[in-house]
Design a protein around this ligand. Structure first.
Ligand SMILES: *Cc1c(COP(=O)(O)O)cnc(C)c1O
Length: 368
């Protein structure tokens, strides 16, 4: 067993708040006839979190990482599992063994999945991905996509063509507009015309597609969304796009970190300036002598310190090295608020800091 230090820093996960967010998004989508895949890669598939998705009765539980899904399978999760990163050929056998569904964009991989499904005596369900301009996974050539759909339908006997999907807002920052998602429906209907039946699933993207549900302009036939961030953090839609998410909790996750030093120090380094611990040249602002605090965690734990969000007003994050985080707390001192060694400060998380912290074996996770 790996040593996980009890105490600080720790990540507190409020499962009731998470459950509320899942139920809220599920209900909002259900009004438009949309079911959701709960995407749990953002919290590294932490099992108590996954249980909340399962109890809420989501259509699928999805992750980009087979190791998350393997773990859930082992723990007895019954919900259908969806591999959301198109599979490597080398993991095709495990994808079939572990997941009921996968997203795909390569015929060679589909053939390999089919072969393993036959060996394992299974029918594996596939969703074919269309690239509509975000330029990550999916067929750009929709004629070729339709041809492959026909091959899956008629020749790959151990695969079931469950539907089509799209991903936007990841690499290319493309918005999930009504027009964009209608293009997906058009692709689906082209495939349906070719294979002579309806597809069960038209999966219209991730968290950013929730904006279409909130605006009431999601194309009629989209009936699935794969949602992670919009449930786990509910941060991007209100903060980046100005949508009202006041009925959801933005504080499912709390990072608690302990103060290990408090001192008045100059704000500009003293000496000849070279490179920081990560080999970068850094500009330092000289604001004279300021009160600073150090926290006993660093970049190894959360990635980028600028993406930690202090709950307490008046704390400015100056920077970090691997295992130390440096705060300017002069504004607090000016208000007469004293921070002392041993105090614990709380932070909200961004998507990236959540991914790092939940992945870290050194962070004690506490579920409340
Ligand atoms: C990560 C991912 C999702 C979920 O994205 P969120 O922005 O967290 O909702 C959905 N689909 C695919 C293919 C993904 O990789």
């Amino acid at each position: 067993m790996a040593y996980v230090k009890p105490g600080n820093p720790k990540l507190i996960v409020d499962l009731n708040k998470l459950r509320h967010n899942i139920e809220y998004v599920k209900r909002m989508c259900a009004k438009d006839g949309v079911q959701i895949a709960g995407v749990i890669k953002g919290c590294t598939g932490l099992f108590p979190c996954v249980e909340q998705f399962e109890r809420a009765g989501v259509q699928f539980i999805g992750s980009s990482r087979l190791e998350h899904l393997a773990e859930l399978k082992e723990q007895g999760v019954q919900a259908p599992l969806l591999m959301v990163r198109i599979p490597m050929i080398s993991e095709a056998e495990d994808v079939v063994r572990i997941c009921e569904y996968s997203l795909n964009s390569e015929l060679a991989t589909l053939k390999t999945l089919n072969k393993h499904a036959r060996t394992q005596g299974k029918i594996h369900n596939v969703i074919l991905m269309a690239d509509l301009g975000d330029l990550r996974e999916g067929w750009w050539d929709k004629e070729e996509m339709t041809d492959v759909a026909e091959i899956v339908e008629n020749e790959l006997e151990n695969l079931h063509l469950a539907g089509v999907g799209v991903n936007v807002g990841c690499y290319g920052s493309v918005l999930a507009t009504t027009e964009k998602l209608q293009e997906l429906v058009d692709v689906a209907e082209k495939i349906e015309a070719r294979i002579g039946r309806e597809l069960e699933i038209i999966s219209g993207g991730a968290t950013t597609s929730l904006m279409r549900i909130m605006d009431g302009n999601l194309p009629e036939r989209i009936n699935n969304l794969r949602v992670g961030e919009g449930i786990l953090l509910a941060y991007d839609l209100p903060t980046l796009y100005g949508y009202d998410c006041s009925n959801m909790h933005q504080d499912v996750f709390t990072l608690r970190a302990e103060v290990i030093e408090v001192k008045d120090k100059p704000s500009h380094p003293i000496g000849e300036i070279g490179f920081d611990a990560f080999g970068h040249r850094v500009q330092y602002e000289d604001r004279g002598i300021r009160k600073r605090a150090l926290l006993g965690l660093g970049k190894v734990d959360y990635g980028n310190p600028a993406e930690l969000l202090p709950r307490m007003q008046g704390i400015q994050i100056l920077g970090a090295s691997s295992d130390h985080t440096i705060l300017d707390i002069q504004a607090l001192a000016d208000q007469g608020k004293e921070i002392m060694v041993g105090d614990v400060l709380e932070f909200d998380l961004s998507y990236a800091t959540m991914v790092y912290l939940t992945n870290s074996g050194n962070i004690d996770k506490v579920f409340i």
